[in-house]
Design a protein around this ligand. Structure first.
Ligand code: SAM
Length: 225
């Protein structure tokens, strides 16, 4: 449970060197001193397929997967270490890392206001029962937290195969004054939408089962509309 999770008391107390040893110097532990900072997060990253593809799509950005299940986070850690070793000559995959964390509780402990440019919510757990809806990863309260962490112009990406959850996420994010849904034409052009459709492990499973995938993306506005 959460009391076993380690998390910093604030963003400047996190040792990012441990996660990105090739890119962040040990002494540059704080995220507020102008050194490289995490820019993109994958919430509930599962087995890390999205991270691996984002790594080469955005080689200059630091990308972090957050995953609550300990064995799954270890699997992703091993996967990233192996990729880094395999591609050591080209120095690839140094910009992705995974952190075991409960992303519903401690995000502002890790990131400061306006730090993030993209947040991904790929195939989040649906929590079908009505009394479990408050456990969903998008709620009005959490939408405010995501707005705080994203910079103006930043994007929330969502994808799910559960229509009810899709409608729920759209409803909560559209109701928020700091988010506006992006049109289908935008989705069709965006490389990350393609990646989350085809490179997430869940996305592949849905593909095999010939299921539907519902996408919705939202831009973080400068001012409330
Ligand atoms: N995004 C991956 C994909 O598309 O393949 C995994 C999707 S899986 C259905 C949902 C993941 O979210 C699970 O691995 C689960 O452990 C993780 N998760 C659920 N609640 C979480 C939370 N509060 N913080 C971090 N991860 C969470």
């Amino acid at each position: 449970s959460d009391h076993l999770l380690e998390y910093p008391i604030g963003p400047s107390h996190m040792d990012w060197h441990q996660l990105y040893p090739a890119l962040i110097r040990p002494e540059a532990e704080t995220s507020t001193d102008g050194s490289k900072q995490v820019d993109i997060v994958d919430i509930g990253c599962g087995f890390g397929g999205l991270l691996v593809s984002l790594s080469t799509e955005f080689p200059d950005k630091l990308i972090l997967g957050m995953e609550i299940r300990v064995q799954v986070s270890h699997y992703v850690e091993d996967r990233i270490i192996a990729l880094r070793q395999q591609h050591a000559p080209e120095g690839k995959y140094n910009n992705i890392a995974v952190l075991r964390a409960n992303a519903m509780k401690f995000l502002p402990n890790f990131f400061k206001k306006g730090q993030l440019s993209k947040m991904f919510f790929c195939f989040p757990d649906p929590h079908f029962k009505i009394r479990k809806h408050k456990a969903r990863i998008v709620t009005s309260t959490l939408a405010s937290e995501y707005a705080y962490l994203l910079r103006p112009g930043g994007i929330i990406y969502t994808i799910t195969d559960v229509l009810d959850l899709h409608q729920w996420m759209v409803r909560h994010l559209e109701a928020h004054a700091l988010f506006r849904r992006l049109p289908k034409e935008w989705e069709d052009e965006d490389p990350c939408v393609k990646i989350m459709r085809k490179d997430t492990e869940e996305g592949k499973k849905v593909e095999r089962n010939k299921g539907d995938k519902w996408v919705a993306c939202f831009v973080r506005l400068d001012h409330p509309e």
